[in-house]
Design a protein around this ligand. Structure first.
Ligand code: HEM
Length: 236
């Protein structure tokens, strides 16, 4: 049987550390997008003109240096590449963990409070990731393409959001997805910062842990404010 010999550079690029670093960097890129997206969504509380202007300006930022929607397309491509690399690294790392000595049994520890050395959020990373990916498809069909149009289709992004979130099950579906996002970010932020070398002492560990909770809470609550604001009649 022929064997493939890899150059040291190729070996390093496929190492577990490199895959973890790839997950961390792509995860942080997507986190940056989520913070901006969440902040932009809050404009719904400033009314139709403000929200629709914002949606419109997203398409002409950078003109005339960039073509119309140029920056938006750059962001879309960066996000798509990040999602693909993040999923690739997750699957490759999962396969390695499965065949590693002891498999997932190596996390069992009588010293840990729950019998295993892992938090609830870390257990839910894989399924959480799948739920978020399915949510993004549903979400794009809903608010970007308006193919799924609960409450009625509309040309105005503001109207699409308001039409959809007057319906309880739409709010419920987004709430479930945002809880999955929150859990994913709680563990993911911690994990990414640790991989990138921020976890250097007990004090640093406490800071990273606190930061991960703050990031997860701000994103989850920030994203849920518009749907609940609309459902409760606070957005006119
Ligand atoms: C309650 C939560 C959310 C609301 C109300 C919301 C709202 C919106 C709206 C109105 C658009 C269309 C913007 C436009 O066409 O001008 C949009 C697009 C998008 N959203 Fe969200 N979003 C939410 C959560 C999320 C989350 C958690 C993610 C990612 C995990 C996400 C990813 C995206 C993406 C990738 C686009 C497409 C951007 C583009 O290429 O044009 N959204 N969202």
């Amino acid at each position: 049987m022929a064997t493939v010999s890899l150059t040291p550079a190729k070996k390093a690029a496929r190492s577990t550390v490199a895959l973890k670093a790839l997950m961390a960097v792509t995860g942080l890129i997507m986190l940056g997008y989520l913070i901006a997206h969440m902040y932009g969504n809050l404009k719904v509380f400033s009314g139709r003109a403000s929200f629709d202007n914002y949606a419109h300006h997203l398409r002409d930022i950078g003109e005339p240096v960039l073509p119309h929607t140029g920056l938006l397309w750059i962001i879309r491509v960066v996000l798509l590449v990040s999602v693909i690399l993040h999923a690739y690294a997750a699957i490759a790392l999962w396969r390695r963990a499965r065949v590693a000595r002891g498999g997932t049994k190596r996390y069992v520890s009588p010293k840990a409070r729950r019998g295993v050395q892992r938090s609830y959020a870390s257990f839910t990373m894989r399924w959480g990731g799948v739920i978020i990916a399915l949510f993004v498809i549903y979400h794009l069909l809903h608010l970007t393409a308006n193919v799924i149009a609960p409450g009625g289709a509309a040309g105005s992004p503001y109207q699409r959001v308001v039409n959809g979130f007057q319906i309880w099950w739409v709010v419920l579906s987004y709430t479930i997805a945002m809880i999955a996002v929150g859990l994913h970010l709680r563990h993911g932020t911690w994990s990414a910062l640790t991989t990138l070398g921020a976890n250097t002492s007990a004090a640093a560990r406490r800071r990273i842990n606190a930061l991960a909770y703050v990031v997860a809470a701000v994103i989850t609550i920030g994203f849920l404010l518009p749907p609940f604001g609309i459902l409760l009649g606070l957005v006119k």
